[in-house]
Structures are given as C-alpha cells and as structure tokens.
Ligand binder design. Structure first.
Ligand SMILES: NC(=O)C1=CN([C@@H]2O[C@H](COP(=O)(O)OP(=O)(O)OC[C@H]3O[C@@H](n4cnc5c(N)ncnc54)[C@H](O)[C@@H]3O)[C@@H](O)[C@H]2O)C=CC1
Ligand SMILES: O=C(O)C(=O)Cc1ccc(O)cc1
Length: 370
C-alpha cells in the first residue's frame, strides 16, 4: 500500500474471487488505474469473459509464490463467508474484504469459522452501486464513481486492514461511509431491500396487464419498476439474510396500505380526502430527503427535457452544443420509446443556468419540453 497526495492507494496485486457484475467492474476500475488484477471464478467461462473484457489476468493455482496485497470476495452472499475464510488461510499476508449486500450474516460466518489470528485482516464492505443485471458483460469500470461505499470494520479489524479496504473504495472513485455491520443492515433494509420488494410487487401486477395498456406506460412506471428486473437468485439470499429487519418495516407498510384501502373504499367519506392528501404529503417529505448522487442536498439541480429525433448522431450533437455554451452538464438521462420516433434527453444543470440553456437550445432549433 502506498500513500500519495495525503490519500492511501493500493499497490496490488489484487485478487478478485467471483467475476460477475461487481467483481468484473472492480477489476476494470483497478486495471484502469494500472494495478495488477488477478481473477478467479468457480465458473471458468465467466472468468474467461471477465479476462476478455480486460478485468485482469487468470489466477495460476500452481503459483505458490503469489501473495496478493488484497483479496476481494465478490461472490453471492451465501458463499461469501466461506470464501473469505478460505482466502484468509490461503494468503496469510493479504487483507481480505467482501462486498456482499448484507454484512451481519457474513461477519458472523467469518468470525465463527476463521482462525482468530486471521480476523484482524478481514474487513466487510458494501459498495452502494450496482445494476439490475448480473454477470461480467454488464460490468462497468465507472460503476462506483461518486457512489457510497460502506466500510464495516469489526471490533477485530486492524487499522491497516481498514485503510486498505478504504483505499479500494477511494481508488474506484467511491465515497467512503463507515458504520457497523448491524447499522448497515438496518439502513439497507429501508433504502435498498424495501424498494426492491415494492418494485417487484408492483411489477408483478403487470403480468396480466393487456399490451395496449402497457403501451401507455410513461417514466413513472419505468422509474419504480427498473429494479424489478434484478436477479432472483441474488435477492433470495439478500432477503433471507436480512428478513428480520425488513419484516419490521413491512409491518408499517401493511398498516399504511390497510389505511389507504379503507380510505379508497369510501373516497367521498368524512376525512377521506385529507387522508389521501396526507399520504401524498408524507411521500413528498420522504422523497425530498433523498440526497443527490455526490451526497449533495436534494433538488440541487434544475432539469430540462429536450426532444431528440431517434436517428444516429443526435445525442452527440446535443451534447456538443451544450458543451459550446460552457454550461456544466450535471446529469443526463435518456428515455427512448421503441414505438415513437423520438427520444427524451433529461438534462440537469445548476438552477441559475436553466433559462440560459433553454434559450440557447431553443435558438439552435431544439424542442425543450419542460
Ligand atoms: N448486483 C448488484 O447490484 C450488487 C451486488 N453486490 C454484491 O456483490 C456480490 C456479487 O454480486 P453480482 O456481481 O451482482 O453477482 P453475479 O452473479 O454477477 O456474480 C457472482 C459471481 O460469483 C461467482 N461465484 C459463485 N460461487 C463462487 C465460488 N464459490 N467461488 C468463486 N466464484 C463464485 C459466480 O460464478 C458469478 O460469476 C454479491 O455478494 C452481492 O450481494 C453488492 C452491490 C451491488
Ligand atoms: O440497480 C440499482 O440501482 C441498485 O440499487 C442495485 C443494487 C443491488 C444490490 C446492492 O447491494 C446494491 C445495489
């Protein structure tokens, strides 16, 4: 490990065990920083794809001198504890981290099965970045840029090991957040596991929806169902590992749902409209508390939506013209309807720049719709 510009950085080699979406994304990000990355996956073809994508070189099991600085276990949660224990024993000089979505169950599995003397070298972590897709083909080197990365040092983790775990997050452009495994699992129950369950419940209602109704779907439905496309194998493991914490939250949701059903059964009754207004207002308050991507307060940026003809080169032209104004593009989101010959580019800029950019784009012939 080296120290540069006051920050701690990895020097490698880094061994990644599990080369799916997350493992390959980590490999790509570290390779882009010039680190020596070594890959291992139980599935030889998955490992080969990760290598071909450029995430690292294969582990050579016959190389007994191989001594990684860091081992990153990026396998499914239910095998993570055992793989951490294996890595602590196989690489006695290495720091071993895992990135599983649940932390308490993994910490317990490691603490029970690992040699006590090895525990200072283990640090549980969780990058709060991912996708609704699995496997190395969906991997992105930039997945972690500006996203939170939770470091759950246990009472036994050595300070040097914690610094190495944080260096991994920092080298990949993430923002380090420190908390206990218990506090992490409580937090993700509401900010990650509840949204997944509600998104899946909602999307499951669409199974029998007629195609003509679905063809009317707008951004609202897409926003709340994107993660319903997530991998069931992964989520069975996450939900079962954090069931106790999640179910406490779901009891509250059930109460709210029962109240709403009662209100809607008699929508013109006394107090019914106040109940509906309260539901919406409480949602407004919760939504406004979600921070921006860089940890900035919400509502920092103003948005405008531009209609873009669905032909090659239009987005590139739009971005070049925005660049010409010198106005910084804070965020960009593209919506595309296969049935309409037009796309929507949702652009975020500093609020003070919104009118200037709208006027400029309109003068260049773009249709700004919001
Ligand atoms: N999918 C996501 O968005 C996020 C996932 N995570 C965590 O990252 C970890 C990996 O998830 P993904 O990359 O999404 O899954 P994935 O399914 O894309 O990749 C998992 C890989 O682990 C390999 N694997 C399974 N058992 C193994 C073993 N015994 N030894 C070596 N390799 C083994 C599989 O062959 C597969 O290639 C999970 O623990 C998950 O909770 C964390 C943040 C986000
Ligand atoms: O796709 C998304 O937006 C996600 O939030 C994915 C995700 C899945 C599992 C995690 O532990 C963390 C993030």
């Amino acid at each position: 490990m080296t120290v540069t510009n006051g920050g701690t950085h990895l020097s490698g080699p880094v061994l990644i065990v599990g080369t799916g979406l997350l493992g390959t994304s980590i490999g790509l990000g570290l390779r882009a920083r010039g680190l020596d990355v070594v890959l291992s996956d139980i599935s030889p073809s998955t490992q080969a794809v990760a290598q071909d994508i450029g995430a690292g070189r294969p582990l050579d099991p016959s190389d007994s001198a191989f001594a990684p600085e860091l081992v990153v276990v990026a396998a499914p949660p239910d095998v993570t504890g055992a793989l951490v224990v294996e890595a602590l024993a196989a690489y006695p000089a290495a720091v071993v981290v895992d990135i599983a979505s649940v932390k308490d169950s993994v910490l317990k599995a490691v603490t029970e099965a690992a040699d006590d003397a090895a525990l200072p070298r283990y640090v549980g972590t969780h990058p709060m970045a991912g996708r609704e897709k699995s496997g190395p083909v969906a991997a992105r080197a930039e997945l972690f840029t500006s996203m939170p990365w939770v470091i759950c040092a246990s009472g036994q983790s050595a300070p040097d090991a914690v610094r190495t775990a944080e260096a991994l997050a920092i080298d990949l452009g993430a923002v380090v957040s420190r908390m206990s495994a218990e506090e992490h699992d409580q937090s993700v129950a509401v900010i990650s596991h509840l949204p997944q369950v509600l998104s899946s419940l909602l999307a499951s209602r669409l199974q029998d929806t007629p195609a003509h109704a679905l063809s009317l779907a707008g951004n609202g439905l897409r926003d709340v169902t994107r993660i319903a496309a997530s991998d069931p194998r992964l989520w069975v493991q996450i939900l079962s590992a954090n069931a106790g914490r999640l179910v406490e939250i779901l009891y509250g949701v059930r109460e709210d749902l029962n109240r709403l059903i009662g209100t809607l059964e008699n929508p013109l009754g006394d107090g019914a409209r106040l109940d509906m207004a309260q539901l919406m207002a409480e949602g407004n308050i919760g939504q406004a508390r979600i921070p921006g991507k860089h940890g900035t307060p919400p509502e920092t940026f103003a948005r405008l939506t531009v209609l873009v003809d669905d032909v090659p080169g239009q987005i590139a032209r739009l971005l070049t013209e925005i660049g010409d104004t010198g106005i910084n593009l804070e965020d960009l989101r593209l919506e595309h309807s296969p049935e309409r010959q037009v796309g929507l580019a949702e652009i975020s800029v500093l609020p003070g720049k919104r009118h200037e950019l709208t006027d400029f784009l309109t003068s260049r012939g773009w249709k700004v719709v919001q």
